[in-house]
Design a protein around this ligand. Structure first.
Ligand SMILES: Nc1ncnc2c1ncn2[C@@H]1O[C@H](COP(=O)(O)OP(=O)(O)OP(=O)(O)O)[C@@H](O)[C@H]1O
Ligand SMILES: [Mg+2]
Length: 255
């Protein structure tokens, strides 16, 4: 069953067609990689799914519900949670506070009980902080929890952004180049984290340039070039696709 159905999406910026008649499905519980050269329209597609930009035409359906006309926050409340290509940690907050900033979708108790600091909301906050710590430990950021987030190296900030997105308990997680700027150790941590996320039943759509990462973790690969979808299939199918090899991977197929 499809979690996300993208149909005939089109977006023009002035004279530039950034998204041209793009259609594909993201299967529930899949880990779908969205690849393509710089300027192919990958980030634009995320902006169209989350309605940060409005499509000129076409539609996006999540879990059978049409997203057209919903605000970005309404879409987030449905469980469609994204990260941004350049890490955006909140300055003036610690690593743990940044992770917890993603939790608002989860809070069961209303603002009044939080303001009054009632035992039920205190318990809830404690459980969420424990969950955030567990996730931070998973990517070796546990001992950094009380440092200002902006003091972390860029790679760690990117991992923190993924943790913050996870704290919102996404049903569909959209990650825009989470491995950019990560060293080899951090990339391995991210790879393990992505597998764990998928194993927990979260559907993932990830924009990624690191081909060895894509080819090892993705169940489906979608390829864009100059705003058009040029291929979609398993990693093996896409690697063997002549248009993909020519357009994106160079003349040499990926080992
Ligand atoms: N807000 C905007 N206004 C005008 N043009 C835009 C805007 N956003 C994106 N574009 C243009 O649309 C095209 C697709 O950009 P997009 O950022 O989606 O590419 P991308 O595939 O994410 O590239 P990269 O790998 O470099 O992140 C580019 O030519 C870009 O300059
Ligand atoms: Mg981009």
């Amino acid at each position: 069953m499809s979690a996300l159905e993208i149909r005939n999406l089109r977006k023009k910026f002035g004279g530039l067609l950034a998204t041209q008649d793009v259609s594909f499905d993201v299967e529930e519980h899949s880990l779908t990689a969205l690849i393509g050269p710089n300027g192919a329209g990958k980030t634009t597609l995320f902006n169209l799914i989350t309605n940060l930009f409005h499509a000129d035409s076409g539609s996006v359906t999540f879990d059978g519900k049409l997203l057209t006309g919903l605000s970005p926050s309404q879409i987030a409340r449905l469980g469609v949670i994204r990260t941004f290509q350049s890490a955006r940690v909140f300055p003036g907050m610690t690593v743990l506070e940044n992770a917890l900033a993603g939790r608002h979708r989860l809070l069961q108790h209303g603002l009044a009980s939080q303001l009054l600091w009632l035992p039920s909301s205190r318990r809830e906050e404690k459980a969420l902080a424990e969950r955030a710590m567990a996730l931070l430990e998973l990517v070796n950021l546990g001992d950094q929890a009380h440092r200002p987030a902006t003091e972390l190296p860029m790679g760690a900030q990117k991992l923190l952004e993924v943790i913050r997105a996870l704290m919102a308990q996404p049903r569909l997680l959209l990650l825009d180049e989470p491995a950019a700027g990560l060293n080899d150790t951090e990339t391995a941590e991210l790879s393990a984290l992505l597998r764990a996320i998928q194993a927990c039943g979260v559907t993932v759509l990830v924009v990624e340039h690191n081909m060895s990462l894509v080819m090892t973790i993705a169940t489906q690969v979608v390829v864009l070039e100059a705003g058009r979808l040029i291929a979609a299939g398993t990693p093996a199918e896409v690697q063997a696709d002549k248009r993909v090899i020519a357009a994106y991977l160079g003349e040499e197929p990926v080992a």
